[in-house]
Design a protein around this ligand. Structure first.
Ligand code: G4P
Length: 538
């Protein structure tokens, strides 16, 4: 059956409109800055949950134990909270979880390659912290636009101007304050909206109960003097200073990842959260075109395409059941559709994909660019795999990241070497850990970015592959993938530095440096050899 032109155009328009209404983002923060609390408030606004405390309770149950067995039982829960989709102001918001605390892993980084914008949460008393710096570096790989929320103004905090200076100097991103806090801690009265010339009054617990907040229009309003007394004049003066000393918001600079609009508030009091959500809808980009090896793929294209950025082993380890998280890049996905698995070169029919509406896992009926769908599989889908309809589109920009922690692997029973290799291979494909095989033989080395990854690997090797492995400390500081245009030089490099070289799970050459100094020196000595901190999926 051929579609007539009018119907084709209508379908094209629908796909373009659906894509444009998507906002796919993640929260980047250091543990305890308030990510969970903010997530919960965002879901409340989206009507995705009715009751405060739902997300919090889930986090508590995940953190009440450091026992991996228990954490494993929670795997189903973490699948459901990996992506949270909710409607807001005629848009569809996809919030992708960035696992923190003990769950911090390479997945946390990779999720950031699947979003179109990020929300950076900073604790107003602590300022810029270590994990935030790392996560922002990852965002920079794609110049992802960043919205900033400075949280916990209901407590004693640092001077707001000093906080902005710190963001600018440490994170190297220009700040454009959009709201400005009026006092802090016990004297926190609300925020002044610099663009709308409005004051949003703070009253602890009021917004939490979803009651309307009082809004004062205009900094000149006499109501301000009535309410604040002397603090009103102080505020007027401060606003004048801030306007003079800070950058005005520029949409273009924000979209280019060069400037971040900054909002102040208190997540726990639900204060300032709506402004952030509105900024996300009004300013953050919808799904962006994505690079594939052949060409750039536009979200409004009619034909479906997408890539896998995360694999989650499912509840029942006996069945090796996994869920692959696929980000839709173009077109429309429909249940029952046959899509092409590029790496395997064959079509698969997707009858039981899952979506992530609110908290429930539901059957996907349809999905558009920006949406995430979960594909059940038994190990035939890997991170970085591309799926499409008709045309061969291999997406790029889904990297592996240089591990920051390393362990040497020993097994107690040498007869289990084969199982060990098989198990590690599969864990590496899932992105659970990275495996390095030293050129000079010797024990395998595991790499990770979060400590718990090693515990998970040890536990899963035992339960799923019957391998009793011991992980020992090893003197490696970081890894860099190696490339060199000159084959002879590369051969020379391999010969001279064999003790520091290894192949990763996909057979790529990597340099394992014992220290920062060692890495710098080696780079200096071999200027024609390239050292990469990330590598693309094979
Ligand atoms: P995270 O996911 O980034 O790790 O942070 P989370 O939301 O769990 O918040 C960390 C702590 O900070 C929690 O306190 C939370 O209640 C508190 N918090 C979050 N937002 C605000 C805020 O706006 N103001 C104040 N004063 N506190 C805030 P906790 O004691 O660890 O947990 P709980 O006992 O409150 O649950």
């Amino acid at each position: 059956m051929t579609m007539d032109n009018a119907a084709r155009i209508a379908k094209g328009d629908r796909i373009a409109a659906e894509a444009a209404s998507r906002r796919t983002f993640a929260i980047i923060s250091h543990p305890d800055a308030g990510k969970t609390t903010l997530t919960e408030k965002l879901l409340l606004f989206g009507g995705a949950i009715q009751l405060a405390g739902t997300v919090k309770a889930r986090k508590a149950s995940r953190h009440a134990t450091s026992d991996w067995m228990e954490i494993e039982k929670q795997r189903g829960i973490s699948v459901a909270s990996s992506v949270m989709q909710f409607p807001y102001r005629e848009h569809v918001i996809n919030l992708l979880d960035t696992p923190g605390h003990q769950d911090f892993s390479e997945d946390t980084y990779r999720v950031l390659t699947a979003v179109d914008s990020a929300l950076m949460v900073i604790d107003a008393a602590k300022g810029v912290e270590a994990q935030t710096i790392k996560l922002l570096d990852v965002c920079r790989l794609r110049d992802t636009p960043i919205i900033t929320f400075i949280n916990k103004l209901d407590r004693e905090a640092r001077d707001p101007m000093e906080l902005l200076d710190e963001v600018e100097s440490v994170l190297k991103i220009q700040c454009a304050p959009v709201t400005w806090p009026i006092g802090m801690g016990k004297r926190f009265r609300g925020v002044y909206h610099l663009l709308r010339d409005e004051i949003l009054l703070f009253e602890a617990g009021r917004a939490e109960r979803n009651q309307e907040l009082e809004l004062i229009r205009g900094l000149d309003s006499p109501r301000l003097d009535e309410l604040f007394g002397d603090q009103a004049a102080e505020l007027r003066e401060e606003v004048e200073l801030v306007r003079g000393a800070s950058h005005g918001f520029e949409l273009g600079a924000f979209l280019a990842g060069k400037q971040t609009p900054v909002f102040f508030g208190s997540a726990i009091n639900n204060f300032g959260v709506r402004e952030v959500l509105n900024a996300l809808v009004d300013w953050a980009p919808g799904p962006q075109p994505r690079d594939a090896t052949a060409r750039l793929v536009n979200p409004a294209e009619e034909k479906f395409s997408g890539f896998v950025f995360k694999i989650q082993a499912n509840m029942d380890p006996a069945h090796r059941d996994r869920i692959a998280f696929l980000r839709v890049c173009s077109g429309r996905f429909e249940r029952g559709m046959r899509i092409r698995h590029l790496r395997l070169g064959r079509d698969i029919q997707v009858s039981n994909a899952i979506t992530f509406m609110a908290q429930e896992r539901e059957q996907v009926e349809e999905a558009y660019a920006g949406d995430i769908i979960g594909l059940h599989n038994h190990g035939n889908i890997q991170i970085g795999d591309s799926f499409s309809l008709g045309e061969e589109l291999q997406f790029t920009g889904i990297p592996y990241f240089a591990p920051e922690l390393f362990r040497r692997v020993r097994i107690r029973n040498p007869l289990k070497v084969k199982q060990l290799h098989k198990g590690l291979q599969q864990l590496a494909e899932e992105g659970a850990t990275q495996v390095f095989k030293p050129l000079n033989g010797g024990d395998l080395v595991l790499g990770a970015v979060g400590v718990l990854q090693f515990e998970v690997a040890a536990h899963r090797l035992q339960t799923e592959y019957g391998v009793d492995a011991v992980f020992e400390p090893v003197n490696i500081y970081t890894a860099r993938w190696i490339s060199c245009a000159d084959a002879r030089m590369l051969a020379d490099f391999e010969k001279k530095l064999a003790d520091n070289l290894a192949y990763d799970g996909a057979g790529n050459l990597a340099y394992l440096a014992s220290s920062r100094v060692n890495l710098d020196l080696t780079q200096e000595r071999w200027p024609q050899v390239q050292f990469h901190a990330t590598r693309e999926h094979a």
